[in-house]
Write a protein that binds this ligand. Structure first.
Ligand SMILES: [Zn+2]
Length: 370
């Protein structure tokens, strides 16, 4: 009798806890590319962690952009399973695995003389890559002490975000010339000012861990046609000009960037481009816009090798990213005089002339002056 009592009170509870131990409970396995990362019980809590993890990469995205899809680059599955309680992993351990990092971002500090062109070369990447890694940085305005990312933050679990963003962009106007034999070749007058047009551009963008992976224009709609500028130019030549007719400040290939506001299609940030970029061959001569006196000639931060000419009457012109400067501060220059050569110094993505027109301290659309 005593033995039976001992059996009931001593062995039976042990049997209950043994059965309890073997008992299986519903749980979820987090499987990445076929490999089980962890097992958790609370599905809703895990989904919240995953959503937060993905959402962090939307922080710098234009709030007006439309998010089309958020996913992982890896094949991620949440599989319902039945496991023993001791096979469930502690939740903090699961969070740690999700947020694991393969490579931290590498940042450098800008030194005097650095520019996107040289830095890209040093870090064995393209200028476009460098711009993608630093969407907040205006390549025309980097200064010593500024930081630049040269290698992206790379987590173990990669987040892919698909966006669509609609931005309004400028349509540059063309300049029509009217030849006039009563005016000298160095004379010109604006008959009609040009007005930029407007277009609505829809971009389709994919981001990998917040950085642009692809960017495509999927639709373009003209909202307003540009009005071409009409400029009267003289054809009468003078002796010192030697009969050469030259209307512009450089012989270029095309206008690579116009004057005015630019909207970054990913961040939605607005930036003002103070000049006109004319893509041209490296070494092409750069000519003075009109008669004047050189007030700056030398290195000027993001402008690289740069010349500023004062033409009097509140008019100044700037020539940036030059490979060579042929004039000195204080020197008088004549219309069409060779003052330097096209280059890619300062923050430049390739050989071009950045030409600025400043009237009474304010920049103007140079297309109205060329
Ligand atoms: Zn420019």
């Amino acid at each position: 009798m005593l033995f039976v009592i001992i059996f009931v009170f001593a062995v039976f509870p042990a049997l209950i806890s043994w059965a309890d131990y073997l008992k299986k409970v519903p749980a979820y396995q987090f499987v990445v590319d076929g490999e089980v990362w962890f097992t958790i019980a609370d599905q809703a809590a895990l989904e919240k962690v995953l959503t937060d993890y993905q959402q962090q990469y939307l922080e710098k995205v234009d709030p007006d952009a439309q998010v089309k899809k958020i996913s992982f680059a890896q094949d991620v599955q949440l599989i319902p399973v039945e496991v023993r309680k001791d096979q469930i992993d502690p939740f903090p351990q699961a969070i740690e695995k999700i947020y694991a990092v393969e490579n931290e971002a590498v940042e450098i500090i800008i030194k005097k003389g650095d520019n996107f062109w040289n830095l890209a070369k040093t870090y064995n990447m393209t200028v476009a890559d460098l711009e993608i890694l630093n969407p907040d940085v205006d390549p025309h305005r980097i200064y010593p002490g500024d930081k630049l990312v040269v290698s992206p933050f790379n987590p173990v679990l990669d987040v892919i975000i698909e966006l669509e963003n609609t931005v309004v962009e400028a349509i540059p106007f063309a300049v029509q010339y009217q030849k006039n034999n009563n005016m000298f070749t160095h004379e010109k007058s604006i008959v009609r000012e040009g007005v930029e047009g407007e277009k609505e551009v829809v971009y389709h963008i994919t981001l990998r861990n917040g950085y642009q992976e692809t960017l495509k224009v999927i639709q373009e709609t003209t909202l307003k046609e540009p009005t071409n500028a009409v400029v009267r130019v003289g054809t009468r030549t003078t002796v010192y000009r030697g009969g050469r007719v030259n209307y512009g400040v450089v012989q270029g290939k095309r206008i690579s960037s116009t004057y005015g506001w630019r909207i970054h299609p990913i961040t939605g940030q607005r930036r003002f481009h103070e000049g006109l970029d004319i893509a041209a061959n490296h070494g092409n001569p750069v000519y003075a816009y009109t008669d004047g006196r050189v007030v700056e000639a030398g290195w000027n931060g993001g402008y690289g090798n740069c010349i500023l000419i004062d033409h009097g009457n509140g008019l100044k012109t700037r020539y940036a990213h030059l490979s060579r400067i042929n004039v000195k501060v204080g020197q008088k220059v004549k219309t069409g005089q060779r003052i330097g050569a096209v280059g890619s110094t300062g923050n430049s993505t390739g050989p071009h002339l950045h030409f600025e027109v400043i009237k009474n301290g304010k920049t103007q659309n140079p297309l109205n002056y060329l």
